[in-house]
Design a protein around this ligand. Sequence first.
Ligand SMILES: *Cc1c(COP(=O)(O)O)cnc(C)c1O
Length: 426
Amino acid sequence: MIFSEELLKLAAAADRDLRPTFEKIEATVRENTARVMESFAAHRVDAACFAPSTGYGYDDRGREVLDGVFADLMGAEAAFARHNIVNGTHALTIGLFGLLRPGDILLSVTGKPYDTLEETIGIGGNGAGKGSLADFGVLYRQIEMKDGKTPDGAAIAAFLSSPEGERVRVCFLQRSKGYLARRTLSVREIGETVSLIKSVRPDVFVVVDNCYGEFCETAEPPAVGADLAIGSLIKNPGGGIAESGGYLAGTKRAVELASYRLTTPGLGLEVGATLGQNKEMFRGVFYAPHTVGEALKTAHFAAYVFASLGYAVEPAAFETRSDIIQTVTMGSPEGLCAFCRGIQKGSPVDAYVTPEPWDMPGYRDPVIMAAGTFVQGASIELSADGPLRAPYTAFFQGGITFESGRIGILCAAEEVLKSCGKKTAK
Ligand SMILES: *Cc1c(COP(=O)(O)O)cnc(C)c1O
């Protein structure tokens, strides 16, 4: 790969200036890797755990051990991770349908949830007639974050104490910013919000959409009181190795209720053939702390480079992170498309194709996506996407090796410079 002199100078400056930031990431990776290895040892992970089961999948030791490992890593009483949970939305749907009953209120306390959940919940008539929560008489209310920064404790407490609030059964938090211009919550902030909710209504379940957050810190939401944390195995906890899947982790009661939705009321976690997928899931979660570290480094590098070119970035280059998402606000459709073209060019797979915006199921606006991944759609691998709506923000994440992620970012910078040049206004 040949980059301009200017870009190479900028990359060298980023490498130098980000060194202390990278050392902090490496400390987190060491601690999380130790947690993984301790858990593997405690659960006696061995080759028998990798044996495929078929049919009903009774007595699949690997499946049970993997569940125990996920519980440990999430600081939870119980968990399940399954290759046949098709994505994060499916995992979240299992959790929400497991806990909510007709007449209950689902209260989102971090504003609008991720786009794909609109149909699951039935927000604004989406998902109507498809068996959304709304179809089953589950009501939905939402409380915005204060200035897009922190959950609004006073408003949450007031709603929960109101006559209507008595019907709240699930409070929902999204850790990561997703496709919104808001801050990502740290695990400490999630813990504070859980405590506040439980102080008013100890009987309410707190569910956290943990997508993109796993292993960015050394603790996860169940360790600070969340009843369920839910995520996708083709993001952080699959380590770039799991081929498909999702997980739910939390209290015994919440996980049990969710398990009846995963399979059937009664069967729960007793069944489910793993068909030879266990090894990739074990290997994936083993690599996950390291891979997440690589993705975090790539994000810091991207923030440094694009901020230097005058583009607005969030989080800032040296800011501590609680998820792997980096946004770069391109300000124009051309800029967003150029950014994605560059990421695609700098990917290990499909580097020769040109991404175009398209209408994706579950998303309201056309979305442009760049992903040259080994696992289809895996966003722990280098990937960028953004809805085609102002201010044309590229949401970028992943990079399973920092070295390749760094190349991807430089390709993106080069494409953007070619199409739009530097931003000088900032
Ligand atoms: C990725 C993601 C989801 C789920 O998306 P899938 O594509 O279904 O895996 C949900 N919430 C957030 C915040 C996400 O980042």
